[in-house]
Structure formats: structure tokens, C-alpha cells
Design a protein around this ligand. Structure first.
Ligand SMILES: *Cc1c(COP(=O)(O)O)cnc(C)c1O
Length: 380
């Protein structure tokens, strides 16, 4: 099998599983317990919080453990609106956010919040000048993703953060695709809140965190016990959090080397697809893109058909966004970059990870050229 869907999820690294196991069977105590078994869990949570804070230049008490990216995004947006309602009721975000942000914004609109959805350019970039013009006196939050999950475009986060900071507006970034892949300078980029998810960087599913800087006021998300300083109640997912910490350590240890390797594989795949297949285009920015992201559109071809044929050759990929599969609507991201609906429907996302090899990339390029030729011959 050739797995090229790392933006959807990654394999949990064996050393991560290894780190987690004792927290199921040996150190299973509730971190809230006052007996020694509980304090081992408590210490594990403290260590994980320190490790993660360290990667962002943050303080441990600015890290809140959650169930993943979706929860972190929901919490950041809903809680910011609640805490700052007195100052205004306007959010600025982009048209290419993940559904965890977009659907939350739609929900908030029903609650009376006004939302501006910024257009992006043909490469998927948010224009900082356009952002400045969208800001109103009642704007309380800017939420722009660090890097896009479909087309891999990396946003000018530092500039966006500076604009937010100059105006005293809270800045949230969905960094689920970026955290663990790219170095992130939370303070330097004036990021007030940041969402991340362990399963996107070699950790287990169902665990993530929300970074909340000291400046930001934050309301509780889950009401109940005193976990997460009373802000997110519920017995902590200790094993999951330990696994996330192990994945963070691993990701930061290998980050540079991994990014370089994936960039070489990415550029090779893009180059071969563009050269060997007629009527194909690359979606997303040519260089400001995630190291492992390839997103292409084939004219006159259904992405779903390509996926099924790739699956028959044991190649896992995705058309548009994984969350969008199952519906035949062209992805909101590809629409926002101005792709014609027929081209958007013929789009394919191949996301490279650490296990992929040059040999696999060449196999995929050859297989795709053959599949696309076959589909086009059948259509005509
Ligand atoms: C995967 C993803 C999410 C959702 O994260 P989960 O942990 O799966 O809930 C949110 N935003 C982006 C950009 C993602 O890629």
C-alpha cells in the first residue's frame, strides 16, 4: 500500500504507542486523585504541558488539552465571542478555513455575530491589505488558518498577527496542518490562540490542544470538574496526552530534515504530473506550501473516479478535502481560489509523509498518468 493522505491523518509512530501504553495499564490513576497513582498521571500532564509550551515559546499554563482540532477551533471562536461580546460582535475569517472554523462561524452568525469571510487570491493567500479593510470598530476576533489542509498554502501569519495586535484584536490561528511540520513563533507572530491536533503529526487521534496566550480572556468550554484550570472539565485523556507529547518531541527532533525530504518528494511528484499528464494544473501556492502537499486538477475527469482507481492499485489519496468526500459539491477551498467547477471536481490531493519514498512517488506518477489516460479514453 502507498499512503498519500497524511493531511487526513498520520500513522501513530510506534515509539508514541510505546510511550502511551503504561498510562493504560500501570499509571491509570485519575490525575485528580491524591494517592500516589494519581500523582504519576498528574506529573505526566505537567511534563506534556511543559514540552508543548516550550515548542511555542509559551508558558505551560497557556496550554489547554482538548479532544483535537475541531474542539480547539470551536472553543477558541465561541469562547472569544462570549468573553468579548461587550466590545463588539464581528469576526474576520477566510473563505478557505476548515469546516471546524466555518461551521462554527455559521453557528455564531445565528447567535447574532457578524462574520466577514475574506476572499483569497488564486494561490489561496489572504491579502493583509484586504484584511485591514475588513476590520470594523466592533471586530473582536481574526481567525485565519496557518496552512490550508487541501491546497497546503501557508498564510502570512506574522503580518496578519501584526495587524491584529496593532488594533488590539484577538488573533486565532487553526494551525492543525502546520503544528509539528513548521516552526511556529507564537509570540513573534502575535498569536493569541492556536489550535493543534496530535493525529496530524504522528500522535493518536482524539487529542489536541488549544494555546491561549495570557492576554486573551477565555471562557470555560466544558462545565464540570476542575480539570484544565476549570476551563475544560472532564477526566484528562492522560495516555493520549502522553502520546501527543511523544509525537511533539519526535516531530521537533526531525522537523527540518523531514520537511526537506518531503519537499523534494513533493516537487518531484508535481513536476512529473505536470510534465507527463496533459491538461493538469497545480492548486495552491507554488512555494508557500506545506512540504508534503500536492493538489492537482485534471480536466474532464471526476476526482472520485480517480480515487477508486487508485484504491484498486492500493494507493490512498483524497479528492478535495477528506471531510468533503461523500458529497459531490466541489470543495469550498477550490471554489475560493477561482477554480471552475469542472476542474474542482477533477481535483486530487496527495499528501506526503515520513514513510514515503522516491520509489513510491515514481510509482504514483506512473499509475496516475495511466489512470487519467484510461478515464479520458473511456469518456471520449
Ligand atoms: C484535521 C483538521 C482539523 C480537525 O482536527 P481534528 O483533530 O480531526 O478534529 C481542523 N483544522 C484543520 C486545518 C485540519 O486539517
Amino acid at each position: 500500500m502507498i499512503y498519500l493522505d497524511h493531511a487526513a491523518t498520520t500513522r501513530t509512530a510506534p515509539e508514541v504507542v510505546e510511550a502511551m501504553l503504561p498510562y493504560f495499564t500501570e499509571y491509570y490513576g485519575n490525575a485528580g486523585g491524591i494517592y500516589r497513582l494519581g500523582s504519576e498521571s498528574k506529573r505526566a500532564l505537567m511534563r506534556a504541558r511543559e514540552t508543548i509550551a516550550g515548542t511555542l515559546g509559551a508558558e505551560p499554563n497557556e496550554i489547554y488539552f482538548t479532544s483535537g482540532g475541531t474542539e480547539s477551533d470551536n472553543w477558541a471562536l465561541k469562547a472569544a465571542c462570549e468573553a468579548y461580546r461587550g466590545r463588539g460582535g464581528h469576526i474576520v475569517t477566510s473563505k478557505i478555513e476548515h469546516h471546524a472554523v466555518l461551521r462554527t462561524c455559521e453557528y455564531l452568525e445565528k447567535q447574532g455575530i457578524a462574520v466577514t469571510y475574506l476572499d483569497v487570491d488564486a494561490d489561496g493567500l489572504v491579502d493583509p491589505e484586504r484584511l485591514k479593510r475588513a476590520i470594523r470598530p466592533d471586530t473582536i476576533l481574526i481567525s485565519v488558518m496557518y496552512a490550508n489542509n487541501e491546497i497546503g498554502t501557508i498564510q502570512p501569519i506574522r503580518e496578519i498577527g501584526e495587524i491584529a495586535a496593532e488594533r488590539g484584536i484577538l488573533f486565532h490561528t487553526d494551525a492543525v496542518q502546520a503544528y509539528g511540520q513548521l516552526p511556529i513563533d507564537a509570540a513573534g507572530c502575535h498569536i493569541d490562540m492556536l489550535s493543534a491536533s496530535a493525529h496530524k503529526f504522528g500522535g493518536p487521534k482524539g487529542v489536541g490542544f488549544l494555546y491561549v496566550g495570557r492576554k486573551a480572556k477565555l471562557r470555560s468550554f466544558m462545565h464540570g470538574g476542575q480539570q484544565e484550570r476549570g476551563r475544560r472539565a472532564g477526566t484528562e485523556n492522560v495516555a493520549g496526552i502522553v502520546g501527543m507529547e511523544a509525537a511533539v518531541q519526535r516531530a521537533y527532533r526531525t522537523m527540518e530534515e523531514k520537511a526537506e525530504r518531503e519537499t523534494v518528494l513533493r516537487d518531484r511528484l508535481i513536476e512529473r504530473l505536470l510534465r507527463e499528464i496533459p491538461d493538469v494544473r497545480l492548486n495552491g501556492h507554488p512555494t508557500k506550501r506545506l512540504p508534503g502537499n500536492v493538489n492537482v486538477s485534471f480536466a474532464g475527469v471526476e476526482g472520485e473516479t480517480v480515487l477508486i482507481m487508485l484504491d484498486m492499485e492500493s494507493i490512498c489519496a483524497s479528492s478535495g478535502s477528506a471531510c468533503a468526500s461523500g458529497s459531490l459539491d466541489p470543495s469550498h477551498v477550490l471554489r475560493a481560489v477561482g477554480l471552475a467547477p469542472e476542474l474542482a471536481k477533477g481535483s486530487l490531493r496527495l499528501t506526503i509523509g515520513e514513510e514515503n519514498t522516491m520509489e513510491e512517488i515514481d510509482t504514483v506518477a506512473e499509475t496516475l498518468a495511466r489512470i487519467i489516460r484510461k478515464i479520458r479514453e473511456t469518456v471520449i
